[in-house]
Design a protein around this ligand. Structure first.
Ligand SMILES: *Cc1c(COP(=O)(O)O)cnc(C)c1O
Length: 217
């Protein structure tokens, strides 16, 4: 599929579920993709991109940012505290805040620099041992901590377990967000963004459906 196809599908799905397509942000996930493919999508006018590694993003986005106006970058992969400063310099939104130590580090740097990216708290909705994200039992406390530190908290993010119906996880994330008065929902990828939109997604993270399969060299 192409960027245009995905946008059309996003609009159709939103309309079908009584949602305003403008309320749904399409994050083009460009990790590992050839720079020519990323540039082609920039040439088509798209400006919202997602990366999952700070270092990889540092290697490509300063150059693109110098050549294209209005780029908005989203960090969607795990963040180590020692990379927080670099991430905060490059990214406009961080989707993967998942522990108190990281919230405190971000708050300290934000206070020092006077600016902070928008924040999403990542929730490990399937309580999977190997997966990042705060467990559903602890998310309310982490949200409260973000608020007490005055972080610009916009919503919640999840990556459902591979072998389960994603809809149940999207619904759970929406429920946790509602009880915490949060409106942002970062959920849905190439294979399941329709279902995520049906469940209220405000940010869908779509990679291979836009750029083609990722080839890991
Ligand atoms: C890679 C990635 C995506 C995009 O996955 P696709 O299946 O290529 O759409 C979305 N979210 C996260 C967190 C990712 O790491």
């Amino acid at each position: 599929m192409s960027l245009t196809d995905i946008k059309t599908r996003l609009t159709e799905t939103a309309t079908l579920h009584g949602r305003d397509p403008d309320d749904i942000h399409l994050i083009a996930v460009s990790k590992v993709q050839l720079l020519e493919r990323v540039e082609a999508v920039l040439q088509q006018g798209h400006r919202v991109f997602g990366e999952n590694r700070v270092q990889e993003a540092q290697g490509k986005w300063p150059d693109f940012k110098s050549r294209f106006d209005g780029i908005e970058l989203h960090l969607i992969g795990p963040l180590q505290t020692n990379k927080a400063r670099a991430a905060m310099e490059l990214f406009d939104v961080i989707h993967t805040v998942d522990r108190p130590k990281l919230t405190r580090t971000i708050a300290r740097i934000a206070e020092e620099t006077g600016t902070c990216p928008d924040i999403f708290v990542q929730v490990n909705t399937g309580d999977e041992d190997q997966k990042a994200g705060v467990s559903p039992d602890e998310v309310d406390a982490l949200v409260a901590e973000c608020r007490s530190l005055n972080l610009p908290l916009k919503g919640l993010m999840c990556i459902p377990p591979v072998n389960e119906a994603p809809s149940l996880h999207f619904a759970l994330l929406a429920k946790i967000a509602a009880r915490n008065d949060l409106t942002g929902l970062s959920m849905g990828m190439s294979s399941d963004f329709d279902e995520a939109i049906a469940q209220g997604a405000t940010h869908v993270r779509v990679g291979s459906a836009i750029f083609g399969a990722r080839s890991y060299a």
